[in-house]
Design a protein around this ligand. Structure first.
Ligand code: FES
Ligand code: FE
Length: 325
């Protein structure tokens, strides 16, 4: 399964504090996440190799040579390498290499902890270049748990034609629903849809009037995308929004939005509340769609679905199988 070789977001990085292991779910597998003494995130199968207890029931303790994850059942202690370094019932016993937890690669980026299940997978995780731009303020929104597949959520994010119906009065207006044509250009990790336009009554939290808004979408991975928008009525203003979806199960997903915005005035909760208001409008539509897995063949299309068609083509060509049918 190619999805195992990709990096996926699994947890808000701020939720991973030193002492408390956290359970997570990815591609139908249970994980335990914890932070070692060096501050590095660890992601392991949530299963003790001794008797199968969930390691997320345990605790992080200090030990010689660094921190360890201690199992809640018999107190076996595991080093960040996954190797068991202590069996309390046998103080003189040196555990062999076979006494190891199943470890995965973990990294921290874009305010999230990322995990790759396959050891020899893709080197790069989805880009979000706006993180490096000091002119933009970063705010993480979510997580949102959604009862549908990750590809349905990405496709909705790439879709302009629903604005006047689902987001009327905010991102769209029923009198301005006709779509202009736009370009699709392939990139190494997806594609860019450039030259998109929409008329929006309230493009962002600070917009005081309706405006023509230029849009650029970039598919940055199988389950991630970034949009950049420039409202004409707000000179010099730019919103960059990254969508990062964790495929918990084939038909259940966890969603974060990474905002990088020109708005340094609104308080953080107000920015989150605006994003929440928008996504709350998408949610019932997303959860109503059947089948929940994105059909790579079937369903009818119009010329206004070019980005969606390009996304489905990308998933087919890359052999993505989780969350599609
Ligand atoms: Fe984990 Fe026994 S089940 S130490
Ligand atoms: Fe929407």
């Amino acid at each position: 399964m190619i999805e195992r070789s990709l990096w996926h977001p699994v947890l808000d990085a701020l939720a991973l504090v030193a002492a408390a292991p956290q359970p997570a779910r990815l591609l139908g597998e249970d994980l335990v996440l914890w932070r070692d003494a060096a501050g590095a995130p660890q992601a392991w199968a949530d299963r003790c190799p001794h008797r199968g207890t969930r390691l997320s029931l345990g605790r992080v303790i200090a030990g010689a040579g660094g921190s360890r994850l201690e199992c809640a059942y018999h107190g076996w202690q595991f080093a960040p390498s996954g190797h068991c370094v202590s069996v309390p019932a046998l103080p003189a016993f040196t555990p062999p290499a076979s006494h190891s937890a199943c470890t995965h690669d973990a990294r921290e980026a874009h305010g999230l902890v990322w995990v790759r299940l396959a050891p020899e997978g893709m080197a790069a995780l989805p880009a979000f270049d706006a993180d490096a731009d000091p002119a933009l303020r970063k705010v993480l929104c979510g997580p949102y748990d959604v009862a549908t597949s990750a590809p349905r959520i990405v496709e909705n994010f790439l879709d302009l034609a629903h604005f006047g119906f689902v987001h009327e009065g905010l991102l769209g207006d029923s009198a301005h629903v006709a779509q202009a044509d736009h370009r699709i250009d392939a990139t190494p990790h997806g594609f860019i849809a450039g030259g998109c336009r929409a008329w929006q009554p309230q493009s962002n939290r600070l917009s005081a009037q309706g405006s023509e808004v230029s849009y650029r979408y970039e598919l940055t991975g199988a389950y991630s995308a970034t949009l950049t928008k420039w409202p004409q009525a707000q000179h010099g203003y730019r919103d960059v929004i990254g969508l990062f979806v964790c495929p918990l199960e084939a038909e259940r997903s966890r969603v974060w939005f990474r905002l990088a915005v020109t708005d340094f005035d609104s308080d953080t909760e107000a920015l989150r509340a605006f994003q929440h208001r928008i996504f709350a409008q998408d949610l019932p539509v997303l959860e109503s769609q059947t089948p929940k897995r994105l059909p790579l063949h079937g369903e009818v299309h119009s010329a206004a679905d070019r980005s969606s068609a390009a996304y489905r083509r990308f998933l087919r060509e890359r052999g993505v199988s989780f969350g599609v049918c």
